[in-house]
Design a protein around this ligand. Structure first.
Ligand code: ZN
Length: 329
């Protein structure tokens, strides 16, 4: 990672951090049982510490954090990429239920469906005795703002068409061919491992308004329902394969960024309004405003509204005595 430039790395990270913060302000305001964890993510990589040759920070490692998702994807590819690359016929399977009467519309129904799906995934594993099933299973839950239902589904990456088809058959034997007609198996596209390592839900819905791309945020209430329902569940499950163990140093390398460039300052602090990290003297580590403004333009908020939401979120954190994770270092 030595050839990374501070520019590119921190510009991408700034956009991820800005977007995560924007979603978090609304999630924190909900006052749900996850509030403390949401608040913790607000402090994720909010301070950057320069050490000799590298920049380190504290990471929240939560599911809803886009900064951590980028690190997680990189980690996932290092761990599972080599194993998946050995598959002779990688197949991508999608398992779900399509009929509207089975679509969960609230927390209880979502948990019920997730429990049922988990049971079926165990049944699938058992159907392939003798270590014949090799692959990765991933759970995702999205929300449809037009249909107003949750869409929990599994993705499997397995080796071989026959294996993939058998998985779909077992699923359909449980939920019925008609209900599970949208399930499919297809040859995996190149770069599928990157997709698998990514998000477990979508935060926005892309629509075109007056010829412009607009990102409509998924309502926080629905996102919170998804995160609560997924609490304590494994979303990525390797089956019959072993990951390449990452050494402590490699993991540190994924989190810290090594640079050849020499920088003069030791600590940078996140500034939401400017969408970058600044030194005490107000020097930005990178100038990402143009990229942030583009994102802001595509969201149905004004900067003033967001700054107000930011203040409210910090007030809630302060009043609840949530500890600043920045003090850990
Ligand atoms: Zn994070």
């Amino acid at each position: 990672m030595c050839n990374n430039s501070v520019e590119t790395t921190y510009r991408k990270r700034a956009v991820a951090k800005w977007l995560t913060s924007t979603h978090l302000y609304n999630l924190i305001a909900l006052n749900s049982e996850k509030q403390k964890s949401y608040y913790g993510s607000l402090l994720c990589s909010s301070r950057l510490y320069q050490e000799p040759g590298k920049i380190v920070s504290h990471y929240c490692n939560q599911r809803w954090c886009l900064v951590c998702a980028r690190i997680r994807t990189a980690k996932f590819i290092q761990e599972y990429g080599p194993v998946l690359a050995e598959f002779s016929e990688p197949y991508f399977v999608t398992l779900t239920e399509g009929s509207k009467d089975t679509k969960p519309r609230n927390f209880t129904e979502l948990v019920e469906r997730l429990n049922s799906y988990h049971k079926t995934s165990v049944k699938i594993k058992r159907a392939f005795r003798g270590g014949k099933l090799k692959g990765i299973r991933k759970l995702e839950v999205t929300y449809s703002t037009t249909k107003r239902w949750y869409h929990p589904h599994y993705h499997y990456i397995v080796d071989g068409k026959e294996v993939a088809e058998k998985i779909v058959q077992i699923w359909q034997s449980v939920y019925g061919k008609k209900r599970a007609k949208q399930c499919k198996s297809e040859p995996a596209r190149a770069g599928f491992e990157k997709e698998l390592g990514k998000y477990i839900t979508k935060f926005t819905k892309t629509v075109w308004r007056n010829g412009k791309k607009t990102y409509l945020p998924i309502p926080s209430l629905n996102l919170d329902t998804i995160f609560r329902a997924l609490s304590g569940r494994r979303t990525i499950q390797p089956i019959g394969i072993r990951k390449v163990p990452l050494e402590e140093e490699m993991l540190e390398d994924l989190q810290a960024e090594e640079f050849d460039e020499i920088m003069d300052y030791a600590v940078y602090t996140w500034n939401y309004r400017l969408g970058t990290w600044l030194t005490d003297d107000g020097e930005p580590i990178v100038w990402a405003k143009e990229h942030i403004d583009k994102r802001l333009e595509a969201l149905p908020y004004t900067m003033n509204e967001l700054v107000f939401a930011e203040k409210m979120a910090h007030k809630i954190g302060y009043e609840n005595g949530y500890q600043s994770m920045n003090n850990n270092r």
